[in-house]
Structures are given as structure tokens and as C-alpha cells.
Design a binder for this molecule. Structure first.
Ligand SMILES: Cc1cc2nc3c(=O)[nH]c(=O)nc-3n(C[C@H](O)[C@H](O)[C@H](O)COP(=O)(O)OP(=O)(O)OC[C@H]3O[C@@H](n4cnc5c(N)ncnc54)[C@H](O)[C@@H]3O)c2cc1C
Length: 294
């Protein structure tokens, strides 16, 4: 997010909660000022800080506030937007500044279309997912200011009763340069080993279509790509046994090269692929792995 703000050419302020270790990372990534809020603790929801954040935005006369498109991020963005008397543009997939205005693109109709919106409020509020901005090397020598904020906690109307660690994998697919995606063309979980062998050979991350994660539960939810999953920007994406429905494609259509392997020559994925291989992946994949060994 800090890198993205920096790319928009603006002065960037980062709001962090409690974790001092992230200050330097935020500054190295493009933040000029870090506002450090006290950690909300065990029972306070992070969105209870929205009034304090809104006050900061007003004081800074911020043109734009970007919040991560997570469930929690959307809650905070909604509260900030309502306090600023505006609305939030959520799930933004592209953002630019044009004649001093913020122009944001986001998906509508489940990813079937992209809508471009111009923010008319003094401060535009958007939520942005991973992979929207190009990653840039961090500059360890960058200097920035760290300001500890004495914040007030709103009565958010909700109190945390219990917290449990999230079960899942820590994987940053958006940063991967090479990604192999597997779909329902694989008949068994065991067979994914074929794709994993290729991924190991070419140094690629494994990803999947939604049914593989949500339906079959063969891979973790952190690895599914698309409108409701992760958005990628790799150099190469290899889709295996994936039909290429729009909800999946919106997550990969920014790949520099899209390769598709599918036994159905009419599969929609071929309309978007740079290289298409019509064939049974159970025959094609072992041959590719063998060829690469040679
Ligand atoms: C609101 C909404 C949100 C959604 N969000 C997402 C999302 O974020 N991400 C996502 O992925 N999906 C999403 N979906 C689901 C999406 O519409 C598709 O159903 C899904 O992407 C299909 O997954 P698939 O391509 O693996 O399976 P299928 O569509 O079943 O395709 C399997 C493909 O494998 C091919 N195949 C079969 N056997 C072989 C073989 N032996 N060799 C080679 N090819 C073979 C077939 O020809 C077929 O093209 C969403 C749906 C809705 C309604």
C-alpha cells in the first residue's frame, strides 16, 4: 500500500497499529510519515479507531485513503467514509490521479465488467486488494517521520468475545513471478503432485481455481485466484485443467504470459491464453516434466 501511494506520486502517510517493527518497512516501502496507533488490545475492534483516523485525514487534508480490501479493512473504510460524509469504493483494481482527481476502477457483476469511478469528495476512500500495485525494491536508506498517536477509542457497538489464530497458510501469491494454477481437470488430490513437480522445476508457486480450495479443499483458501480470491500479476501463469470462467480470469488477466492446458479446445481459457495446449493434462504434464529434466 505504501509502495502504491508512492507510485501515485503523493506524500504518503501510513497508519499502523501497535507493531513498531513495521515502521521501518513502511518507510522503506514509500511512507513519509508513520502514524503509530496503540494496539487495540484483546477486546477492542480495530475499527473503533475510525474517528481518530478520520481526524488525522482531516488534519492532513488527505486526497486519498487506501485500506486493504479485507473484511476488517472494509469495515474501517465504511466507517471512515461515513464520517467524512462520502462513500467508499471497494475492491479497487486500478487507481490513478487525473487532473487532481482520483479515478478508481473496480469490478462489477461478479467480475464480468469493470467500472471506472471518479471520486468527488475531498478525500476519496477506497479499499484495495493485493497485486494492484507493482512491487518495488525497498529503499532501506529512506527517511521518514514516526508519530505516536494518542488515540481515542469509539464505541464501535461490538466487543470481541474470543479470538482464535486463523487456520491457513502464509503465502504471498501476489509477489510470485511464476504461478501454476490447477483446476477441476485434476481428478484427485494425489494427482496435484504432477503439477507440484513442475512448479518445483521452474520455481513457481502453486495456486488453484475456487472449487479446488472451497469445494474439494485440496488446497488452502489463500491459494485460490479470482474475483473472490487473490489477484496476480506474475510474469507467467500456467493454468492446468481450468476452464477460464470470468471469475477466475480477473485474477490472472494481468499476467505477462498466460499458458493454458485443457483437453477441450473450446474451453474459454483459450480465448485469453498467449500459449494454448489442447491435450489431456495427464499425458501432457509428465511429458513437460520429462523434457525439462533433459
Ligand atoms: C460470485 C462467484 C464468484 C466466484 N469467484 C471465483 C474466484 O474467485 N475464483 C475462481 O476460480 N472461481 C470463482 N468462481 C467459480 C467460477 O465461476 C468457476 O466455477 C470456477 O472457476 C471453475 O473452476 P475450474 O475451471 O477449476 O473448473 P471447471 O469449470 O469444471 O473446468 C475444468 C476444466 O478442466 C478441463 N479438463 C478436465 N479434465 C481434463 C484433463 N484430463 N486434461 C486437461 N483439461 C481437463 C475441462 O475441459 C474444463 O475446462 C466464482 C463463482 C461465482 C458465482
Amino acid at each position: 500500500m505504501c509502495t502504491g501511494g508512492h507510485q501515485l506520486g503523493a506524500q504518503v502517510s501510513a497508519v499502523l497499529f501497535g507493531d513498531k517493527n513495521q515502521d521501518e518497512e513502511a518507510i522503506a516501502s514509500g511512507a513519509d510519515i508513520v502514524y503509530l496507533f496503540e494496539h487495540p488490545g484483546e477486546s477492542v475492534m480495530v475499527e473503533a479507531y475510525s474517528t481518530s483516523i478520520t481526524e488525522l485525514l482531516r488534519a492532513e487534508k488527505a486526497d486519498l485513503v487506501m485500506v486493504h480490501s479485507s473484511i476488517r479493512g472494509k469495515l474501517i473504510a465504511g466507517r471512515i467514509a461515513s464520517q467524512l460524509g462520502t462513500s467508499a469504493i471497494s475492491n479497487v483494481t486500478g487507481i490513478r490521479v487525473e487532473d487532481g482527481s482520483i479515478i478508481a476502477k473496480h469490478m462489477v457483476y461478479g467480475g464480468a465488467a469493470i467500472r471506472t469511478e471518479k471520486a468527488l469528495s475531498e478525500t476519496a476512500v477506497v479499499t484495495i486488494g493485493t497485486g494492484v500495485f507493482a512491487s518495488m525494491p525497498k529503499e532501506a536508506a529512506r527517511q521518514g517521520k514516526i508519530i505516536e498517536v494518542d488515540s481515542n477509542v469509539d464505541d464501535a457497538g461490538i466487543r470481541i468475545l474470543e479470538s482464535r489464530p486463523k487456520q491457513g497458510e502464509l503465502v504471498n501469491l501476489s509477489a510470485a513471478k511464476r504461478v501454476i494454477g490447477v483446476g477441476r481437470g485434476f481428478a484427485n488430490k494425489e494427482d496435484l503432485k504432477m503439477a507440484e513437480a513442475l512448479a518445483a522445476q521452474v520455481g513457481a508457486e502453486m495456486a488453484c481455481s475456487r472449487p479446488i480450495a472451497e469445494g474439494e479443499k485440496w488446497m488452502s483458501k489463500e491459494r485460490y485466484i479470482g474475483v473472490s480470491g487473490v489477484v496476480l500479476k506474475p510474469d507467467i501463469y500456467i493454468a492446468m485443467g481450468i476452464s477460464g470462467q470470468i471469475q477466475h480470469l480477473v485474477g490472472v488477466n494481468q499476467a505477462k504470459t498466460l499458458v493454458a492446458i485443457n483437453k477441450d479446445k473450446n474451453a474459454p481459457i483459450f480465448k485469453h491464453a498467449d500459449i494454448g495446449l489442447v491435450g489431456d493434462l495427464y499425458k501432457v504434464l509428465p511429458q513437460i516434466v520429462e523434457k525439462l529434466k533433459a
